[in-house]
Design a protein around this ligand. Structure first.
Ligand code: HEM
Length: 255
């Protein structure tokens, strides 16, 4: 019985390992090809995201320059900066795979997201003050209500990310904290979707819509949104979610 087993193993294994270096070379070439394809795809989706963001910012500026100066301007400026910086904060971290890339990416992510939070506080304070001095009711529109949810969600997401990255022992151990990254990723993508929905409702508020050069410019907002959705989705690494395997040369350390 054992002889038969050995014979069977001998018949199968040599085919795979006779020319080990050739096999390794083939694997390396395959990996390099996959990496080059990935870099190309990232560059295309990255360009789409940046064009979308630039169009979004440009269209809002085109309205703001037409408005009389008032405190509301600060809401719009800070919130646009918040939306752009938080999207960039995610965008930068998406393609990282090796521990070194992830470490660098985390620093940039923390900086962009930190700045975006300061902008959110500025934008939120500005609209609250604006409504108070103009004696208007608070949180009456869908935009306002969703904006409040964004603000609360932000605080949760911020504390979750900050403690996991910089005080991991709070979760029991570094390994336990690392195992929670995937939840931070899930809530992060959920939050950025809500942020964009809120921003889209904001640009459709009467005060902004009625001050567009032409209502036809709303098409520009749709184009910007489509570019951003495709750009960000195209850079998502499914293996980080556990849906597909990463490249063999990919080291996943923070999952
Ligand atoms: C995701 C980012 C944003 C958040 C979290 C946000 C949040 C808010 C909140 C909480 C209010 C209501 C405050 C109150 O009722 O006391 C509000 C009002 C308003 N926001 Fe934003 N905003 C954002 C982006 C924008 C953008 C990009 C614009 C357009 C340039 C905009 C335009 C307005 C306008 C016109 C109002 C007053 C009318 C209303 O209450 O709907 N917002 N925002």
């Amino acid at each position: 019985m054992r002889d038969i087993q050995e014979q069977q193993e001998q018949e199968t294994t040599p085919l795979l390992f006779t020319n080990n270096t050739e096999l390794q070379q083939q694997q390396q070439q395959q990996q390099q090809k996959e990496k080059a394809n990935m870099i190309k795809k990232d560059a295309i989706f990255g360009t789409m995201t940046q064009i979308g963001l630039a169009l979004f910012v440009g269209l809002i500026i085109s309205v703001l320059v037409r408005l009389p100066y008032n405190v509301f301007i600060y809401h719009a400026v800070f919130m646009v900066a918040f939306v752009v910086l938080s999207t960039e904060g995610i965008f930068l971290l998406q393609p990282t795979s090796t521990p070194k890339e992830k470490e660098k990416g985390l620093k940039k992510h923390a900086t962009f997201i930190g700045l975006s939070y300061l902008c959110a506080i500025g934008g939120f304070s500005a609209i609250m003050y604006h409504k108070a001095i103009s004696h208007k009711d608070h949180f009456t529109s869908y935009h306002g209500k969703l904006g409040l949810i964004v603000f609360c969600f932000l605080l949760f997401q911020f504390l979750f990310g900050l403690t996991m990255a910089f005080i991991p022992n709070l979760f029991g151990s570094v390994a336990k904290a690392k195992s929670l990254w995937k939840y931070h990723r899930m809530t992060g993508y959920t939050l950025v979707i809500i942020v964009w929905v809120t921003a889209q409702l904001g640009i459709r508020a009467d005060y902004i819509y009625n001050n567009l050069w032409s209502p036809k410019l709303m098409i520009g907002h749709w184009i910007a949104l489509i570019f951003i959705i495709i750009g960000i989705s195209g850079r998502v690494r499914l293996y980080k979610w556990g849906f597909s395997k990463g490249n063999n040369n990919t080291v996943v350390s923070r999952n």
